[in-house]
Design a protein around this ligand. Structure first.
Ligand SMILES: [Zn+2]
Length: 324
């Protein structure tokens, strides 16, 4: 088993194969349409999220089925696990998709798909519809290059390799007012299940996407020393391919080091239970939050699709590098 952190150090030092994938047809053909706000006749990974997604609701169930069907249509052998549970009389469902079911370790990518109960009609375009669409895109990308990264080969191979877990959390938002008890229902449930079955030991790193894709000029700092290598890798990819990326301005704020140096959690989110287990967390959430955070203005008219596409490209590159 390769150590993820050791691998990242090597990558950062050698600057190997950065932008290897930028010439790939995959981006040109599909990225623009699939993550566009006006996809025309092509299949959209983004627009199905333009709905309320309150836990236990009919629209949440419809969206779960959309996400599930996306993975069922992929070519590789994805393990599909809807994980339902009930708490406070609400039915929640995390959706977990695993590539490499016998892998010895995993990179975990996650976002929450639920939306806030109030204000009524709240969409949560940045919170976190756009992040979920990016995860769907990454899954398709990994699926499409499976031979290059040895994904989808026989199980024997996987036993010595790193797999990928993509998680869509339910119940990130508070049902009433945010407290440690009334929030991140899905993340707490999954972390405790994974502690019991030993999966938690196999999670080498977690990348959590939240509040991405806003039209506001907000950037993401590095929050944790344990994931700073991954953060800087993303920043390198952004900088070295600035002319090729759809969004030219900054997405990351590399000079902001105060969160990282404080060595504690500033932004409460789905990573908390995993961070408590010592898993390195790359938390991709801007500070400040978008100005319309938790208001009805967090709708699809306030998304910037060039930002969403740029995040998707950067994360595909990062995932490729880690799994390769
Ligand atoms: Zn929120």
């Amino acid at each position: 088993m390769k150590s993820l952190r050791a691998a990242l150090v090597t990558v950062a030092l050698l600057q190997t194969s950065l932008a290897f994938l930028f010439g790939k047809e995959f981006y040109d053909k599909t990225l623009t349409q699939k993550l566009s706000l006006n996809p025309g006749t092509s299949e959209s990974l983004l627009l199905p999220f333009n709905t309320t997604r309150v836990p236990g609701s009919v629209s949440s169930a419809k969206l779960q089925s959309f996400i599930r069907k996306h993975f069922e249509a992929l070519q590789s052998d994805w393990l599909i696990e809807p994980m339902q549970f009930t708490e406070n009389n609400v039915n929640f469902a995390n959706l977990v998709f695993t590539l490499g079911r016998n892998a010895s370790s995993y990179l975990m990518l996650a976002a929450h798909y639920d939306s806030k109960k109030s204000p009524v009609g709240f969409i949560g375009a940045t919170d976190s519809a756009a992040s979920c669409a990016i995860l769907l895109y990454i899954s398709e990308f990994v699926d499409s290059i499976q031979n290059e990264i040895s994904v989808g080969l026989d199980e024997l191979y996987w036993e010595e390799s790193r797999g990928l877990k993509i998680v869509f959390f339910d119940g990130e938002e508070a049902l009433d007012t945010w407290t440690p008890e009334d929030s991140i229902y899905g993340a707490k449930n999954l972390a405790s299940l994974w502690e019991k079955d030993g999966t938690i030991q196999k999670i080498e790193a977690m990348v959590l996407l939240d509040l991405l894709g806003s039209k506001d000029n907000v950037t993401v700092p590095s929050y944790f020393e344990q994931s700073d290598m991954m953060y800087r890798k993303l920043a390198d990819i952004k900088e070295q391919n600035a002319d090729k990326l759809p969004f030219k301005q900054n997405l990351l704020n590399v000079s902001e080091r105060k969160f990282l140096e404080a060595k504690r959690i500033f932004v409460e989110d789905d990573h908390i239970p995993f961070w408590k287990y010592g898993i390195p967390v790359l938390h991709l959430i801007p500070i400040p939050f978008p100005s319309y955070w938790h208001t009805k203005e967090d709708d699809f008219s306030n998304l910037d699709e060039s930002k969403i596409r740029t995040w998707a490209i950067l994360l595909c590159e990062l995932v490729y590098d880690i799994l390769d």
